[in-house]
Design a protein. Structure first.
Length: 259
């Protein structure tokens, strides 16, 4: 029997499955780790300057807005709850009958005592006619007349406004109305004419809130009362309309000088 030991396959080193055959006992190479991320590039000097300029401009705008707000609050009573208004001229039917030759369309210029139409009265074989006349100069804003229809005496056929007598009705919070005085100068910004530099003055302060003079004043009988700030109508007369086509209903921002 030979003394030389027989080497069995079990005694041989076994490589990793699927690995390239190599020298006995050779260990497989360790897997390489993930590649290191490339270092992030910092913000360029140009980008930092641009950001600084943008932030600086935003701060300046905010400061300017704040200063303007403080100045307006301390010097003016301001409201945008205001509209161009005017004295209404109502054209009514002087008698009952059929409306004929109607000329009261919206935008029509009326002259005092000028003919706007005719009403043919019902009277048997003879049907006399009565002229519908404008009571004053004005521009038609509402047209209710329909030629050929029967109207009752007193029916409102049209509503006109005196273009030379327009004014502004501003509704001021009751908490600020104590700072409003008759004769106080006013700055007026009409939405329809943003480039116009219009001024006026307070000509009247109504002694009652707008809710009191509403056609349907508020009433509360449920017991769940919630206090709401009321508004006081203030009439403002234009110093000069500058020839602008100011029409009733146009929105206005009002700045009334505090005393």
């Amino acid at each position: 029997m030979s003394d030389t030991a027989t080497t069995t396959p079990a005694d041989q080193p076994v490589g990793a499955p699927g690995a390239e055959p190599g020298a006995p006992g050779e260990q497989p190479a360790a897997d390489a780790g993930p590649a290191e991320a490339a270092p992030k590039k910092g913000m360029s000097r140009k980008a930092r300057v641009r950001l600084f300029v943008i932030v600086g401009l935003a701060l300046l705008v905010a400061i300017a807005f704040g200063i303007r707000y403080l100045v307006d609050t301390s010097n003016y009573v301001t409201t945008d709850n205001a509209q161009v208004d005017g004295n209404q001229i109502s054209i009514n039917a002087p008698t009952s009958g059929t409306l004929l030759d109607w000329h009261g369309q919206v935008g029509a210029q009326l002259h005092q005592y000028g003919a706007v139409g005719r009403i043919e009265m019902q009277g048997g074989y003879v049907q006399p006619q009565m002229v519908v006349r404008a009571p004053a100069d004005g521009t038609v804003a509402v047209d209710n007349g329909v030629p050929g229809t029967f109207v009752q005496q007193g029916t409102q056929l049209a509503v006109a406004y005196d273009a030379q007598g327009v004014f502004v009705t501003a509704r001021v919070d009751e908490t600020d109305v104590d700072e409003v005085r008759v004769g106080a100068p006013v700055k007026l910004d009409v939405d329809a004419f943003p480039d116009a530099d219009l001024t006026g003055h307070v000509s009247e302060i109504q002694t009652g809130s707008a809710g009191v003079f509403s056609a349907f004043p508020q009433s509360n009988s449920s017991g769940n009362f919630q206090k709401v700030t009321q508004v006081i109508p203030v009439r403002i007369t234009f110093d000069d309309t500058q020839g602008l086509a100011l029409a009733p209903g146009m929105n206005v921002t009002v700045k009334i000088h505090r005393p």
